[in-house]
Write a protein that binds this ligand. Structure first.
Ligand SMILES: NC(=O)c1ccc[n+]([C@@H]2O[C@H](COP(=O)([O-])OP(=O)(O)OC[C@H]3O[C@@H](n4cnc5c(N)ncnc54)[C@H](OP(=O)(O)O)[C@@H]3O)[C@@H](O)[C@H]2O)c1
Length: 317
């Protein structure tokens, strides 16, 4: 993937929604590295946000986007609390469904290309994985339904618009699976992780590069942008532990049923929602295997969290 040398984004104005979010932060950095004139659209004013607004207001979305006059918009903002969406499906739909429709209408009016970020949770995960871009969707929870409504609104607004679905994204300063896992290992020494939930773990930095490349290519329709391959939560956790310099045996397998007995959660998760990237790969946009991404990122995270010495002590190494 080539996004930084003489890229098709040099000098182009690109607006990013959700700029202060996990993907948004990596994305703004990747776009700036590629020479784009990045406008950071956020939810609340603060660091890393040029202008703030609520996606649920069609007027605010239209005003900000028309004022920005971008050549392209990457729509990474979303209500991402999967269990929160189950408790308040109306809010999830207002942000992810209707909010995306507002962004799509404004993009069309501004004459901008639009790339939305979608999710593996639009799939039921009951046997069809790894899912291809054209496979039938059927979400099992309110978050997935709201994200599906959002991608449908984007694709219906203009045939040149795109949605890139991704999955199990990690990286950055906020909450994500490797960070939570290493924190729990530091605190407890060992942990049980479910071995019957599968998807495609994806490093936000690799995703950001791929989203920038897809924007350069002006890909249209549905794409799957994930690190190659798939893993259960347990396999991912063992790999993260190993990459952090720990004995992977500190992670033990459990089942979703057992986990939920101890920690009930309102939203169902698709058992296997791993994704296959076929359409972006045909454009030359591929992400490395997930194990390589974990090996590249986790040692830095472990160092930042000062994790290895503390856990090595608790495991007697
Ligand atoms: N993380 C994953 O594992 C994963 C997996 C599959 C797909 N995705 C998709 O990837 C995209 C980026 O996710 P992420 O991980 O970067 O999520 P994130 O860290 O939660 O960021 C989402 C951003 O959207 C903003 N936002 C939420 N409600 C908003 C509203 N009403 N108006 C304006 N902005 C609003 C949030 O601002 P506040 O925090 O200030 O509210 C936040 O900055 C999303 O479309 C998500 O559905 C993520």
């Amino acid at each position: 993937m080539q996004t930084n040398k003489e890229s098709g984004l040099r000098g182009q104005r690109v607006a990013v929604t959700g700029a202060a979010g996990q993907v948004g932060e990596y994305l703004c950095w990747a776009l700036e590295t590629a020479g784009a004139d990045v406008w950071r659209l956020g939810h609340h004013p603060g660091a890393g946000v040029d202008t703030a607004f609520d996606l649920t207001s069609a007027k605010a979305v239209r005003d900000r986007i028309l004022r920005c006059q971008p050549a392209a918009i990457i729509h990474a903002a979303a209500y991402t609390d999967v269990d929160g969406a189950e408790r308040d499906p109306g809010l999830a739909m207002a942000v992810n469904g209707e909010g995306s429709a507002h962004v799509a209408a404004a993009a069309k009016e501004a004459g901008a290309y639009l790339l939305g970020v979608g999710t593996d949770f639009v799939f039921p995960g009951d046997g069809g994985a790894p899912y291809r871009e054209g496979d039938a969707t059927n979400p099992v929870n309110a978050y997935g339904r709201s994200k599906l409504a959002g991608e449908q609104a984007i694709l219906a607004a203009d045939a040149s618009f795109a949605v890139a679905r991704t999955a199990w994204v990690y990286g950055g300063p906020g909450k994500h699976f490797p960070r939570t896992l290493l924190r729990l290992l530091r605190d407890r020494g060992s942990i049980e992780v479910v071995d019957d939930e599968t998807s495609s773990p994806t490093y936000a930095s690799d995703l950001a590069e791929a989203l920038a490349a897809l924007t350069i290519a002006r890909g249209a329709g549905i794409f799957h942008l994930v690190n190659e391959g798939h893993a259960t939560r347990f396999a991912l956790a063992r790999d993260v532990a190993r990459a952090a310099g720990l004995d992977p045996a500190v992670v033990q397998a459990t089942t979703t049923a057992d986990f939920l007995r101890k920690t009930p959660l309102p939203a169902r998760r698709p058992p296997n929602s791993s994704l296959r990237n076929e359409r972006a790969a045909a454009l030359g946009i591929r992400l490395r295997p997930w194990q390589d991404a974990v090996a590249a990122y986790v040692p830095k995270l472990a160092k930042e969290m000062r994790i290895a010495p503390a856990v090595a002590a608790t495991t007697g190494e």
